[in-house]
Write a protein that binds this ligand. Sequence first.
Ligand code: SAH
Length: 250
Amino acid sequence: MKRMNEVSPDFSGRVDLVGAGPGDPDLVTLKAARLIQNAEVVVYDNLVGDGILDLIPPKVERIYVGKMAGNHTLQQKEICKLLVEKAKEGKRVVRLKGGDPFVFGRGGEEIDVLMEARIPVGIVPGVTAALGAASSFGFPLTHRDYAQSCVFVTGHLKGDSVDLNWPMLAQSRQTVVIYMGLIGIEIISERLQAAGLPGDTPAALAYRATCSDEKLFLATVATLPKIAREETVKSPALIVIGQVLKLSAG
Ligand code: SAH
């Protein structure tokens, strides 16, 4: 990959990939807010909350590129094309993404395309959903007595299965946070137990963490699918697993 400062454009447009955080507008960084206010175009998707969109000045062009289910690859290509086109028109473009752009945000793919097109790119980190959930629901991700490590994985289905390193995830004394895991929750619960994680290990579903309607549904690894079904938990939600949940206020 080329280094970012090697880009030498012959036009004045640029794209900043900006993390919008998990939902609470107060968790947007000062740098993100400044870029949003100085943008000419803001390209955003469905995880960016209304309170954050309110930061966009009225004169700024807003383009919604929320993903349509089952159409991901095509959509992603179109989004990249749009970013390149707008920057080549000389516009200051903010590509606003929920959480952090480099945590399951496909930021890497967008950067590649932009650099290929020799467009100046900046990246602004955001508070990723796992950090938002931990602080909002009051459980630490690591703790001297309960968890020496913390892993973030995607539970996104590939075909009909979830392709993860189950023995690694089933280890004790760690916190596991699964993004995009709702659809595969049955498989996740089964495979973790089959890999040796006790069914009574504390687990939870963290729905819309940091938003005004956030909710934490406490469960165990064994009861996760049942709780998700009974409480009709919808996206966006994280699956959190580990003894640290015992400390949650939720
Ligand atoms: N880049 C984002 C993640 C995008 S993947 C980040 O860093 O947070 C989308 C997944 O993120 C959702 O399926 C859900 O699992 C999780 N997610 C995003 N916002 C969330 C929120 N406020 N509460 C709970 N989960 C959230």
